[in-house]
Design a protein. Structure first.
Length: 389
């Protein structure tokens, strides 16, 4: 039988700010940070006009031993465990779940020379799992670590696996970390060539018609860490109710017209608690035309027609690929710990299926629920429900 598992601390670094309190403040003020790159990152001159959610400073990514993504993961992990109040002994016996879609892509592609790497670490810098290894080494974690790479659902899947390990009694506690740094020219060209990257710069993920119609996603950088503990923990931001995942078995890029496994995934999580207490749904909402068209009807199907408001957060931060699901959870948990949920950015278009957007901050009470969804390229879906405490 699963024990109750709580998120006890979070730390985030994304376009909204380099620590969670700044991010929460930006959400309270409805201040998005997706803007033109405009020469802010070396080597991206051809994408200067692209709207993206870049980190405000690059020092978080610098170091001689590890790749840029690994350096960011270490920084947020160290701060999250500090916020959780974990002792050295508690950190040492923790389990670690790390996630990323593209890992240290900058190092694999010969970029990120600005971080002054040591050639001695060239081989380890290009390992996907260096992210988990670096966190384990620098924090002194002796419990097992796992590296999850399930595309854009990576972070949410890592959280779900950690929830099972802690709730099932295998792990005494767990640290979950996710990071993606997609602002690399080769990656942006690949997304552009595939037709996934925004061509218009419209930051309105559910708009399908007119001058504001979405044409693809706007990328964002993010590193996020979350601590999980069982019910005897001191500080509790929110409770993780349930996790479920499935696959479409359909296509490497597209979600089928009927939404694939999204509805079943959402339904499995919703049925694990009181449906009447569902306050909001945080969708994947990348901004691709495929997502805009098929995700909302699938959510409505899982909701059995109930008009629960949608709370897409990517318009605030940009799409952080494999880190996006865990980033959204961390931002939601930070707000829920203060008994509220943020509003969407002003001016966003509701989906055509009729589901409303959460246009004003919501008060949440103990037991109120939020459903978070993610979908990975290749047709993998994940869902997590959070409950206010």
């Amino acid at each position: 039988m699963m024990e109750s598992v709580f998120i006890t601390a979070v730390e985030t670094a994304c376009a909204l700010g380099l620590e969670v309190d700044a991010c929460r403040k930006a959400l309270r003020g409805c201040l998005g940070r997706v803007c033109p790159l405009d020469g802010g990152i070396p080597g991206l001159a051809e994408f200067d006009t692209l709207l993206a959610g870049a980190l405000a400073r690059r020092d978080l990514l610098k170091g001689r031993r590890y790749g840029a993504a690994s350096n960011a993961a270490v920084a947020v992990s160290r701060e999250a465990t500090r916020r959780a109040g974990w002792t050295e002994a508690e950190i040492r016996e923790s389990w670690l779940f790390a996630a990323s879609s593209r890992g240290n892509a900058g190092e694999m592609l010969g970029r990120n020379a600005w971080r002054r790497p040591s050639r001695k670490f060239s081989a380890s810098n290009t390992m996907h799992c260096e992210i988990a290894a670096a966190v384990s080494i620098d924090l002194g974690i002796r419990g097992p670590w796992q590296m999850v790479s399930n595309g854009c659902s990576s972070g949410l899947d890592a959280l779900g696996l950690a929830w099972m390990a802690v709730g099932g009694g295998l792990a005494p506690r767990a640290l979950v970390v996710a990071v993606d740094l997609p602002l690399v020219p080769e990656l942006l060209r690949d997304f552009r060539d595939t037709g996934l990257l925004s061509r218009s710069g419209i930051n309105d993920p559910f708009a399908l018609e007119g001058k504001t119609a979405t044409s693809g996603f706007l990328p964002g950088e993010a590193a996020v860490a979350v601590t999980l503990e069982r019910g005897d923990a001191g500080t509790k931001l929110c409770r993780i109710e349930h996790y479920f995942a499935n696959s479409d078995a359909y296509d490497t890029l597209m979600i089928p017209d009927d939404g694939g496994g999204i509805a079943d995934c959402a339904r499995a999580v919703l049925n694990a608690g009181d449906r009447s207490r569902l306050a909001a749904v945080c969708p994947h909402a990348t901004g691709t035309v495929n997502h805009a068209r098929v995700e909302p009807p699938a959510i409505l199907k899982a909701l059995e027609g109930r008009p629960v408001p949608l709370l897409p957060l990517k318009p605030y931060t940009g799409h952080a690929l494999g880190a996006s699901g865990l980033l959204d959870v961390a931002l939601l948990a930070a707000c829920m710990s203060e008994d509220w949920l943020p509003a969407v950015l002003p001016g966003l278009t509701p989906p055509a299926c009729g589901l409303p957007l959460n246009e004003s901050p919501l008060e949440v009470k103990a037991g109120d629920r939020v459903l978070k969804l993610a979908s990975g390229m290749g047709g993998h879906n994940a869902a997590v429900s959070l409950a206010a405490v």
